[in-house]
Ligand binder design. Structure first.
Ligand code: ADP
Length: 445
């Protein structure tokens, strides 16, 4: 079967968040399971070409390349991945979709796999051209739908993408939902949540019409890439088979990191947050957790930045107010540092308001770091309170949950070890999830 993934991100060459990890991890596993896979991406100027092998411009604006044996196609020329202005973002991705249409004219394939609204226009465009085209749509974040005033864009399939609530607006995700053969949310719980008024963000009624083709498949993580036994970004490698050795490995990495960052209190718990600083991620609780940790004798590392200047300013102020040897805020995207932080931390906080799947809790568990989460979406599917982490239903209870984690860490080391062991025992690889996608492809053809 030939599958073409079309997306706005692919890790590590064009990554903003989990979407990029998923496109790469799923495609890699599908290839390992014997499928023919290709990935089509916008050709961003930020792509690090030293990572790519065998590049060839086969037509103007059409570059064939490879990343670790995965065939890529880079189309057009685009300065950045996302921006703050919805209309210009829609125009850029619409232009990319037109380029994809031109390319696919002469291509054969079995499945077109689309990821989120940026490539959603392709569903109605492809179906209009050939109703037999088989399209699978993955929903990574239902909150982003590709909306802007209709009169600001042109040359789009307006009949398919009219907003269901406002005739003057377009809604690209709506057109994608109504023109796909299968819709896959990135976790089973999220598939249920987007059918509700709150989770559906205005499209729940449209999605209900398509409920018969909606499923949820939990994302995996690339367990070769995220592996503390041979992660090239770690200073000390460690396996998780023996918990005591693992803890020594974690402490050694932490000692190195603390030395580099001038931090102290090496024996106290290290709590981290590795996240985009956007409202979805529970900003108030991130702030409260930082303060709680410092006031309770712990260390806190925040790795993440915000696309919104006001939010960034709020966290800059917070970092300045609590500046000291027990806090490190790193307001940039830093892949290398992220690996060391996963490996060095005792706890990761993920107080998201909603979380389609979430990868950071799975990565953290693989590195022996205990997740403290709000029970929503994929966090609910992966973290069980008191078994492999700590979880609360209400956002208001998050500080109590963190306090429970501190108590367990300090006063019940045996329970703490058991939490770590349970977390790393679960298979978060792509293997099973890729098989579930294969079953969906089969029923869609
Ligand atoms: P989302 O896709 O909503 O951003 P996920 O949990 O699904 O959230 O995925 C986040 C991914 O981005 C993870 O791989 C995480 O390690 C990474 N990440 C987030 N912020 C940073 C950062 N500042 N530096 C490095 N990696 C980051």
């Amino acid at each position: 079967m030939k599958i073409i993934h079309i997306a706005s991100e692919m890790a590590p060459i064009a990554k903003v968040g989990g979407l990029g990890d998923v496109v790469y991890g799923l495609a890699k596993e599908q290839r390992a399971q014997g499928e023919k896979v290709q990935i089509i991406l916008p050709h961003y100027t930020s792509i690090d070409h030293t990572l790519l092998g065998k590049e060839k411009e086969v037509a103007p604006g059409v570059v064939e390349a490879q990343y670790e044996k995965l065939p890529l196609l880079l189309l057009g020329k685009y300065a950045q991945i996302y921006g703050n202005d919805p209309t210009s973002e829609i125009k850029r991705f619409a232009s990319f979709c037109h380029e994809v249409m031109a390319y696919l004219e002469n291509e054969s394939f079995d499945i077109i796999h689309l990821h989120d609204w940026p490539v959603g226009l392709l569903a109605p465009m492809l179906k209009a051209k050939n109703p037999d085209t088989r399209i699978v749509l993955s929903i990574h974040n239902f909150f982003h739908q590709g909306q802007c005033p209709k009169d600001q864009v042109e040359n789009l399939p307006f009949d398919a993408i009219g907003d269901p609530h406002d005739k003057s607006q377009i809604n690209i995700l709506k057109g994608a939902l109504l023109n796909s053969d299968a819709i896959v949310a990135v976790s089973p719980k999220y598939a249920q949540e987007i059918l509700t008024e709150t989770g559906g963000a205005g499209l729940d009624q449209v999605l209900k019409q398509k409920q018969n083709i909606l499923t949820g498949i939990l994302n995996g993580i690339d367990t070769d890439y995220w592996n503390p036994e041979d992660d090239p970004f770690l200073v000390y490698h460690y396996g998780m088979d023996d918990i005591d050795t693992a803890q020594v490995g974690k402490e050694s990495n932490r000692a190195h990191l603390f030395h580099e960052l001038n931090m102290d209190r090496i024996k106290s718990p290290l709590v981290c947050a590795i996240t985009r600083l956007v409202p979805q991620k529970g900003l108030d609780n991130i702030e409260k957790a930082l303060i709680f940790t410092l006031e309770n004798g712990g260390n806190f590392m925040l790795l993440g930045s915000s696309p919104c200047p006001d939010t960034q300013a709020r966290f800059n102020d917070l970092a300045a107010k609590y500046k000291g040897p027990n806090l490190h805020c790193h307001f940039v995207f830093d892949e290398k540092l992220a690996h060391m932080v996963y490996a060095s931390s005792d706890m990761i906080i993920i107080p998201s308001e909603f979380e389609p799947c979430g990868l950071t809790q799975m990565i953290a568990m693989r590195y022996g770091t205990v997740p403290i989460v709000r029970c929503t979406g994929g966090l609910a599917d992966t973290v069980q309170d008191g078994k492999n982490g700590f979880s609360c239903i209400n956002a208001d209870d998050f500080d109590k949950t963190l306090s429970k984690a501190f108590d367990t860490y300090r006063n019940h080391p045996h329970i703490w070890k058991e939490l770590i062991l349970q977390g790393q025992a679960r298979d978060f690889s792509w293997s099973e999830s890729a098989k579930k996608y294969a079953a969906i492809y089969k029923t869609s053809t």
